[in-house]
Design a protein around this ligand. Sequence first.
Ligand code: GAR
Length: 221
Amino acid sequence: MSTLAIAVLASGRGSNLQALLDAIAAGALQARIAGVFSDKPASGAIAIARAHGLHAVAISPRDCADRAAHDEALFSEIAAVQPDLIVCAGYMRIIGAAALRRFEGRMINIHPSLLPRYPGLDTHARALAAGDDEHGASVHAVIPELDAGPLLAQVRVPVLAGDDAASLARRLLPREHALLVATARLFAQRRVQLHADHALLDGRRLLAPLQLDAANHLTGA
Ligand code: GAR
C-alpha cells in the first residue's frame, strides 16, 4: 500500500496539523504531509509547516479578484501535490462547489461540535448556552453545504459545571487531535470511501459515525 499523501488546509494555529505530524513521526500514522495550504500567510499552521521543511503555500483572498479566483488559485496549488486526502484542519473559509467537485471523495473536515448540532462558528458557547451535558468534535466528508457532509467519526467530552467556552475548548482540543489521527489512519489503511450522501467503511455503508473511545480506538461500525 502506498503511503497516504495528505494535503492540510488550515487558517489558524495549526495544532491539528501538529498532531498529524506527531503521529506520523511516532509511526502511528502511515502517511506523509504533501503540503500545507492556507488563506492566512501569518498563520501558525504555515509557521509549523515551514519549521518542518514542508511544502507550504499561503494565498491571501486579498490578492485574488473574488472568492472563486481564490479557490481556484489555492486548489490548483493543492492539485499540484496530488494528494490522496485533503484534511481541512481549521480552514475557516467556505469552499466553493467547483473546487469541491475537483476533489470529490477526497476531502474531510474536523469540526468542533457533535454534528449535526452546531454547524458554523462559536460551537462551544452554543453548546453551553443550550445546556448540553456533552460536547464533542466530528470528522465528516466535505460537501458544498457547510459542515454537513456524511459523518465519519466523533469524539465526546463531558460538559462540567463551571465550564466556559474556553475551558470546554481546552478539554476538547486534545480529543480532537486523537480523533483526526484515528480517522486519517482509516484513510491510510484505504478503508474509507466517501460519497456525496454516505461513506463506506470496509465496503459497508456507515449508518452512524464511529465513536472514539478512551483508548483512542474508533468503535461502532
Ligand atoms: C479546531 O478546533 C477545529 O475543530 C476548528 O478550528 C480549530 C483549529 O485549530 N475548526 C472549525 O471550527 C471549522 N469549522 P488548530 O488550528 O489548532 O488545528
